[in-house]
Design a protein around this ligand. Structure first.
Ligand code: PRP
Ligand code: URA
Length: 209
């Protein structure tokens, strides 16, 4: 069974408190989403493997560490996932970036697929699928299924706010995918919104409502 890691770091909790507030405007919301994404990435990558490498400092030869494992890719689920990409690239600047376009049908809450472009060598990469919100889990499980159908094997999922219903669905459908969560909320309301949540992440990032 996959790992479900809920962040405890005070900086992450503080920033999530700010983006939950309804009076936080798009500019601050966007900046905080990006900062939280950096901090979660820092936690989600703490078990990456290292190897020794001989180097020379200006003073002498020594053995330093470098990342040993697979190269990485970041795959945001459009649109809201886009808000997390820069913050993640600040931590892993050499990662390649793919995109998956999905939106939730507002009545059925089922994901509707409209775009998929991923790095050609994605099946050889450690892949981080990112979306601020894991609500019913429909979008994230569909995105991960799209990647698996394209041969991607090493998948992790990062979100900022999750509902228990979405975590359960992810674990049922993709038990091999570790999930990193900024905050685990109470439940979904009758419209499929996370409670207490932060509202519609995409609209708040892009100022579309
Ligand atoms: C939001 C969010 C997730 C999805 C989560 O996207 O960014 O992708 O809903 O809900 P789920 O777990 O029930 O599928 P939305 O469909 O609003 O699209 P947008 O990012 O383009 O605004
Ligand atoms: N998508 C969002 O943006 N917010 C929610 O609460 C649920 C789905």
């Amino acid at each position: 069974m996959s790992k479900v890691v809920v962040m405890e770091h005070p900086l992450i909790q503080h920033k999530i408190g700010v983006i939950r507030r309804k009076e936080t405007g798009s500019r601050d919301f966007r900046a905080m989403i990006s900062e939280i994404a950096s901090l979660i990435t820092y936690e989600a990558t703490k078990e990456l493997k290292l190897q020794d490498v001989e180097i020379e400092t200006p003073i002498c030869k020594t053995v330093a560490k470098e990342l040993a494992g697979k190269k990485m890719a970041i795959i945001p689920i459009l649109r809201a996932g886009l808000g997390m990409v820069d913050g993640m690239l600040a931590m892993i600047p050499s990662a390649k970036v793919g995109h998956i376009g999905l939106y939730r049908n507002e009545e059925t809450l089922e994901p509707v697929e409209y775009y998929c472009k991923i790095p050609a060598d994605c099946s050889e990469r450690e892949v981080f699928v990112v979306d601020p919100m894991l609500a019913t889990g429909g979008s994230s499980t569909a995105a991960i299924q799209m990647l698996k159908e394209r041969g991607v094997k090493n998948i992790h999922f990062i979100c900022i706010i999750a509902a228990p219903e979405g975590v359960k669905k992810m674990q049922e459908l993709h038990p091999d995918v570790d999930i990193y969560i900024g905050a685990l909320d109470e439940h979904l309301n009758e419209h499929g919104y996370i409670v207490p949540g932060l509202g519609d992440a995409g609209d708040r990032i892009f100022g579309t409502k």
